[in-house]
Design a protein around this ligand. Structure first.
Ligand code: ZN
Length: 465
């Protein structure tokens, strides 16, 4: 047996197992796992003694090169996938946006062009559907056959992205048949818009009012409604960026009834709170994203949800806008602040640190949350999301002891601030491989733009049915 690389004597951690072994890689795939793989047959041997070996992270919620509110998110597919790799994430699922009146095909082609020649690691797309009045339901079937097997719908942003309940229901009936998965932005956008207009009329225009005009009840109501519509349609549903205990209770209740209901949260909701708006002047704009930050007590509820499988995935909702010139567009009116925050680089370390190093859950559960379950739900498993013979050699050699203080001064995202500035994490990637190629070695980037490939995904029901 010949290998391109052997990762020697690391502790291999999957969602279910943890053991010391060698991992052999040939032609971009894992071809053997065992004790004392023959080193004389390997072009390269990496000593991982004392380190953890994780499957590469899978981040299923990112917005690279995305137009929003008159500007564009600050990372493109090159800088975004590179920053992700520095943090141990080697697969992204980004969103191709269909604007009203357009075919879904146009969204897919547009985002394929944005990524092609740029991505340094593998990527796929969900399709955002904002209009189903012109044949888009049939188009959902053809996209599924091309490997775009999940669709994001919005219950927020009336007039822009929001779909009415009838359209949502018909889309859910479509995925019930074609095996795909609907991802839902669950907030009651109509009620929120009334609250926002009333706040503006009262002269409440500072960044914190973005959060204060989007109550947790609006998220919980939409979460419950999304689940009910999915149940009626006989379809699974995935709630994106869940932020609060009220919504979490709706998901838990549905899962207790045995429904195929899933939800993700993001590191910002686990580490930050509405108290982050207590900063001078316009600085709070750094924390303007949707759904907003909540009162601090929700954080521990979300951590517990991750532990107890009421929440199944941690993604980032990475959508970076620079403070200068981008966030500043909303200096006089919080509704003009581009919504989004940068997080693609620090998901693995933040969740390992807060979850495993602080004793909330096991390293296996960590792998499940950041790699295995996202790969399974979105049809990438077992190619991605685990360490097994035949899987892609997307691997992270992780130092569980190394400490790092997050800062915009040292991060690799193309944005001028960090949401997590000054937070110290325990656990950092030493070496990151994508299909057997070293992308990151310490603080060095060794990959190249364009080496990432588009991933045609199986459907939710092919992997989980
Ligand atoms: Zn998003």
């Amino acid at each position: 047996m010949a290998f391109d690389t052997i990762i020697k004597s690391g502790r291999v951690v999957t969602a279910t197992d943890s053991y010391v072994a060698d991992v052999g890689i040939a032609e971009g795939r894992i071809t053997a796992i065992g004790q004392d793989l023959p080193q004389q047959n390997a072009a390269k041997v990496v000593n991982a003694n004392g380190k953890l070996v994780f499957p590469g992270g899978v981040d299923v919620h990112t917005h690279l090169d995305m137009p929003f509110g008159g500007t564009t998110s600050a990372d493109d597919f090159e800088t975004g996938t590179r920053a992700a790799a520095f943090g141990g994430t080697t697969t992204l699922i980004d969103f191709a946006i269909q604007y009203k009146g357009q075919p879904l095909r146009k969204a897919f082609d547009t985002w394929m062009a944005k990524a092609s020649g740029k991505a340094v690691s593998d990527y796929a797309f969900h399709c955002i559907v904002t209009d189903v009045s012109g044949g888009q339901l049939q188009e959902m079937n053809s996209l599924v056959s091309e490997g775009v097997t999940s669709f994001k719908l919005f219950m927020a942003y009336p007039g822009v992205f929001m779909l009415d309940d009838a359209s949502i229901f018909r889309a859910l009936q479509t995925t019930a048949k074609n095996g795909g998965l609907v991802c839902m932005h669950a907030e009651n956008g109509s009620a929120i818009d009334v609250i926002v207009q009333q706040a503006l009329a009262e002269g409440k225009k500072a960044p914190k009012y973005h959060a204060l005009t989007r109550p947790t009840t609006a998220e919980a109501e939409a979460t419950a409604r999304a689940i009910a519509l999915a149940e009626m349609a006989g379809a699974p549903i995935y709630i994106v960026h869940l932020t609060c205990n009220d919504a979490l209770e709706k998901v838990r209740e549905a899962r207790d009834r045995g429904l195929p209901v899933y939800a993700e949260t993001c590191p910002q909701y686990l580490y930050l709170s509405i108290e982050n708006f207590d900063v001078p002047g316009f600085e709070g704009a750094k924390y303007v994203f949707t759904p907003p930050l909540r009162e601090k007590w929700h954080q521990e509820k979300l951590w517990n949800g991750l532990k107890c499988d009421h929440l199944q995935v941690v993604s980032t909702d990475h959508c970076p806008f620079c403070f200068k010139e981008q966030k500043e567009l909303g200096r006089d009116d919080f509704t003009k602040i581009p919504n989004g925050g940068p997080g693609i680089e620090h998901r693995m370390s933040l969740i390992y640190s807060g979850g495993v190093a602080q004793g909330r859950f096991s390293a296996n559960r960590f792998v499940e949350l950041v790699s295995t379950t996202p790969a399974k739900l979105f049809g990438l498993y077992p190619r991605k999301g685990t360490i097994a013979a035949g899987s892609d050699a997307d691997l992270v050699i992780f130092d569980p002891k190394r400490k790092h203080t997050i800062s915009a001064k040292t991060h690799h995202m193309r944005v001028d601030y960090s949401m997590f500035e000054g937070i110290e994490v325990t656990g950092m990637p030493d070496l990151v491989l994508s299909r057997g190629q070293v992308l990151i070695d310490g603080d060095k980037f060794l990959g190249r733009a364009g080496q990432g490939k588009f991933l045609r995904r199986s459907t939710y029901s092919q992997v989980n049915g």
